[in-house]
Design a protein around this ligand. Sequence first.
Ligand SMILES: [Zn+2]
Length: 65
Amino acid sequence: MKEKKRIEALKRQLPEEDEVQCPNCNLFFYDPFNLLSLSTLNFCLLCANKKVDKEEIKEKYHVNN
Ligand SMILES: [Zn+2]
């Protein structure tokens, strides 16, 4: 419960448009790592780890090796 209050307080400090909803788990994210993951993979980091295989991540991030 404490954690939830902390997050609510944090949310209020940020503009609404910085929040992105993950289409898979329907949670809202506003930290740069999840936002990057959502804009590139369309999943939050947690869902990306579960759903997107490594080859696809490489492709989307344009990793060459
Ligand atoms: Zn998710």
